[in-house]
Design a protein around this ligand. Structure first.
Ligand SMILES: C[S@@+](CC[C@H](N)C(=O)[O-])C[C@H]1O[C@@H](n2cnc3c(N)ncnc32)[C@H](O)[C@@H]1O
Length: 281
C-alpha cells in the first residue's frame, strides 16, 4: 500500500531538481488535494493514497510552475487569496508593508488609502480587513491583475470599501483633487539586467511588467515618489517596498521630493525592505 507519506517523500526527492523547498512544496500540494491544512497533514501520513492528480501537480511543479499557481490560492497576512498566472504571487516580505501602514494607522483608524500596483489586491485587502473603517483605492496597469484583484475583493466581501482603478500609476486617479492619508505600493523594482538571472519559477510564469523597472530597478519608484506629494494629505504616510540594496537610493529620492525623515523596515532576513516617510507641514 502506498501512503500519503510515501508519496510526499517521493515527490520531495524529484522536486529537489527545481525547488529550494521541495518537501514544503510536496506538502502544500498534498494538503490541498486532501483538503486539510498543511499543519494537520501528519495526521494523514499513514493513510493509503492513490490519487492521480498528485502526479499531475508534481509534474507542473517540475516544469517550474509556482506552487500558488498550481493550487490557485495562497495566503497573505492570514488572508486566503486567489492566485493565477501571470499576476504576481503575494510574497511574505510584502507583509511588512502592511505592518508599516497598520502601525501608522494606530493614530488614524479611518484612513483613505491608495495602494498603487495592487496586483492580486493582497496589500489593499489586508489593510481593509485590518482597518475596519478604511477606504482603499487599488490601482494597476494590468487587466489580468485587476480581474484577479476584483475576484479577491468579492471573495472577502470588501467591494464597499476597496475600489479598483486601472491606469499608469496616478493616472488611474486623475487630477490631484483627492488626497490620501496613505500611499503605499509594492512596485516592480528588479533591474532590467537581473531579469535573465531570476529563478525560472519567477521568470517563466510571472508578468515581467510586475517585476522589472529599468536599469537601476527604480523607474516606477522614482515616478511614485516625485508625484506622491501632490496626492498625499498633510502628515500622510508614503510607504514603498524595495529591493535589497535599494534603500539609500529610495531614501535619497524621497528626500529630493521634500520628505524629511525617511525610515526603513527590515524583513525577516534583516534586509531593509520598506522605505517610509510622512509628509511634513
Ligand atoms: C511587484 S507587483 C506587486 C503586486 C502586489 N502589490 C503584491 O505585492 O503582490 C507590481 C504590480 O505593479 C503593476 N504595474 C507595473 N507598472 C505599473 C504602472 N506603470 N502603473 C500601475 N501599475 C503598474 C504590475 O502590473 C504588478 O501587478
Amino acid at each position: 500500500m502506498t501512503t500519503v507519506q510515501d508519496r510526499i517523500e517521493e515527490a520531495a526527492q524529484v522536486l529537489a531538481e527545481v525547488s529550494d523547498t521541495p518537501r514544503a512544496d510536496a506538502e502544500f500540494l498534498m494538503a490541498h488535494l486532501l483538503n486539510v491544512p498543511r499543519a494537520k497533514l501528519p495526521l494523514c501520513f499513514n493513510d493509503a493514497f492513490d490519487t492521480p492528480e498528485f502526479q499531475i501537480f508534481v509534474e507542473r511543479r517540475l516544469a517550474c510552475e509556482p506552487v500558488p499557481y498550481i493550487l490557485g490560492e495562497w495566503e497573505f497576512f492570514s488572508l486566503p487569496l486567489k492566485t493565477r498566472a501571470p499576476v504576481l504571487v503575494p510574497r511574505p516580505e510584502t507583509e511588512h508593508l502592511v505592518e508599516v501602514v497598520l502601525h501608522w494607522a494606530q493614530n488614524n483608524t479611518a484612513p483613505n488609502i491608495l495602494d498603487l500596483c495592487t496586483g492580486s489586491g493582497c496589500v489593499a485587502l489586508a489593510l481593509a480587513m485590518n482597518l475596519r473603517h478604511a477606504c482603499v483605492t487599488a490601482t494597476d496597469i494590468s487587466d489580468d491583475a485587476l480581474a484577479l484583484a476584483n475576484e479577491n475583493i468579492n471573495l472577502h466581501n470588501l467591494d464597499q470599501r476597496v475600489t479598483i482603478r486601472k491606469g499608469d500609476l496616478f493616472d488611474a486617479i486623475g487630477p490631484a483633487q483627492q488626497r490620501f492619508d496613505v500611499i503605499c505600493a509594492n512596485p516592480p523594482y528588479v533591474e532590467d539586467g537581473e531579469f535573465p538571472g531570476l529563478s525560472p519559477t519567477i521568470r517563466l510564469y510571472e508578468d515581467p511588467r510586475a517585476l522589472v523597472a529599468g536599469g537601476d530597478g527604480l523607474d516606477i519608484v522614482r515616478r511614485i515618489v516625485e508625484v506622491a506629494p501632490q496626492y498625499l494629505a498633510e502628515d500622510g504616510l508614503l510607504a514603498l517596498e524595495m529591493g535589497e540594496r535599494q534603500y539609500d537610493a529610495v531614501a535619497a529620492l524621497m528626500q529630493a521630493a521634500g520628505f524629511r525623515d525617511v525610515s526603513a523596515q527590515d524583513d525577516l532576513a534583516g534586509i531593509r525592505r520598506i522605505a517610509y516617510t510622512t509628509k511634513g507641514k
